[in-house]
Design a protein around this ligand. Sequence first.
Ligand SMILES: [Zn+2]
Length: 276
Amino acid sequence: MAKPLRIPLDDEEERSSFPLTEVVTSAVETSSASKLMLLFKDILPMDEDLGHLKRIRRVDNRLEIVLGRANLWESAQSSNEELLRTFNLNPVTVEVSSVEPRNKEEMEEMGQYWPVTYKPKRVRAPLPSEAEYEVMMEHARQIHIRSSSLEAGELCSTVAMIVDPKDGSIVSEGAVDTSDAISHAVLGCIRNAATVLSTRPGALYLCTGLDCYVVMEPCVMCTMALVHSRIRRTVFSQRNEVFGGLLRTKIHRERALNHRFEAYQVDLSCDDYRSS
Ligand SMILES: [Zn+2]
């Protein structure tokens, strides 16, 4: 049996080097540094994957700022020549780390190219035990069987199930309502869970401590709903290439949000549950 994979993958392993990419920088007058940083933020927005780069650095008594990615510079330069002249900018291409540092040592090494910010990762929950994995796989098989009677969803899972891991009981289920653009299975499942939970003594409508099972990776909208619901864990088997909120966008690990949850991808391809 293939073990469920935690998303994003844990990346604590050591690495001996880091990939570099090119950005265009320029020395700037102290008085115009902040203005230019704001201007170039609009002219050449940095992708969020370069969010670890500091936009400004001091070399001796000079300030230098990142104007933007080198591969986008040519067109920006020709349409902003006046700006370059006005502020006496001399663009220089430099190499910088294209990945964020994982620790302070890497921050210092990367800083020899261009300063980067290090944000310590929050400690993640311990990985599930073997017994927990078995239970996860069993629920994943159940939801797969339930979904097979429906057509495969193109945007999101067609069915969803919320389970209480304390006793394995199913708290709620949800199915897509194709007559309504936003009635995805996960949303219905969270709503149904709220109805059930609100009848329990002292309980709220939130899914704190509960797990959600779906076949397809939840879409961005459903992933946000899972964050709002305070779900503990989401388990899926199929990647949602276009709309997924976990593998590529990692909304469930977004530090700016007030809740994060664990997500696991299970591989059911070598299972024989369909014939059993
Ligand atoms: Zn959805």
